[in-house]
Ligand binder design. Sequence first.
Ligand code: ATP
Length: 445
Amino acid sequence: MKQVLCINLGNTGTADSLADAMDGWDVHPVSNLADARRLLRRAGHAVGFVLYPAHAMDRAELAVFLREHADVQWIGIVEPREIENESARQFVIEHLYDYHTTPIDHVRLAYTLGHAHGWARLRQKHADASSNGKADASPLVGGSEAMLRLRAQVGRVARVAAPVLIWGESGSGKELAAQTIHAQSERAAGPFVPINCGAIAPNLIQSELFGHERGAFTGATRAKVGLIESAHGGTLFLDEIGDLPKDLQVNLLRFLQEKTIFRVGGTRAIHVDVRVVAASHVQLHQAVAANRFREDLYYRLAVLPVNVPALRERRDDIVTLAEHFFRLYAAEKSPRLQGFSREALDAVLDHAWPGNIRELMNRVRRAMVMADGRLIMPEDLGLGLGAEGATRAATALDDARERNERSSLRESLDRSGQNVSMAARQLGISRTTMYRMLNKYSMRV
Ligand SMILES: Nc1ncnc2c1ncn2[C@@H]1O[C@H](COP(=O)(O)OP(=O)(O)OP(=O)(O)O)[C@@H](O)[C@H]1O
């Protein structure tokens, strides 16, 4: 049965009647956007219903969500009095494939849904064909549906100048997606300047980003161009934007609005022409809700949202990527080593990849050094599956993942003599991610 997502943020009744009346369709109702994201990632719906929300805040969040999932054909259900409203009309025009007013005529709605589904499939085939043709041009390896969608999304946002907000787990490829956006944009000949907002000491971040004038503070013996200025004509990649201290969030917002900066200790406004691509491993709207991130800055940055899926959500890519990294690091291997054994590939497919693509890359590199025969064996990858692998098939994916994550953490800590930095390196994740995971599982070092 074909599946249709139904987003209902607060309206009542209509969603249930849709679920009952749409013969031949499996209607998945959700009442919040976190569930909608989860379901979409899992089922990859081609079409969806959107019940036009009554509250402005819901509408703003929904608009961001719909832009993020513009590959889905959305059909709006709107009350007749709402459609008299210009903002509702604009919403429909910008985000929806079609709309119906209540009371719903289910026969007519079924026609629309059928058309929307056909249209979605046509667009998907077209996107597949064009991204296959350009496969060599994109550094984003992978042929899974999720990856094709990501490549198409990256290509689309590269063509426009608005800010991009990339969300994805640690090591999933956010920076590579940002680099690809830059390389495919008009600014490709300009600089790509990455900044990890979480890695710069709080007392230095202002002058690192905005630069400083000579004598601005003790030790400032000469003027310094900041990272934002050094990206002039190119793209500024603000990684882990959620870690930016709140006082600097104001400065960044001002820069995004006015396109000028002031160096620390300076009085001259300097015009800087950069495109901003930000990334975060935490859902920024949650940081907004918790008052850790400015709402106005969030909406400025999230004009074009891009989701990078976790590796476990695109399992079709795992072997392709493992083989890609094998070729990439071929110079480091012994000439005898030919590739992966069947068992090693099974182990790779069985692993939950908490550290995503970076972990896969590091494990393949490690295995290429450890292997002493013609083929990489499972133990060369250091995945430590064993009994867990056997029981895995019978358990829910999430449970299996949590157990794998725990045991990977424990093993790497044991191997590194409880040294967190070393263990994080072995797992191919950052220290921050490592601490987050230790915290999540209440593990102590
Ligand atoms: N689709 C892909 N194809 C090939 N290589 C990839 C792909 N995605 C990521 N990589 C590689 O995996 C590594 C990790 O990716 P990247 O640094 O972009 O992740 P990230 O999400 O920015 O990580 P972090 O959250 O830790 O900053 C990089 O070496 C990158 O080149």
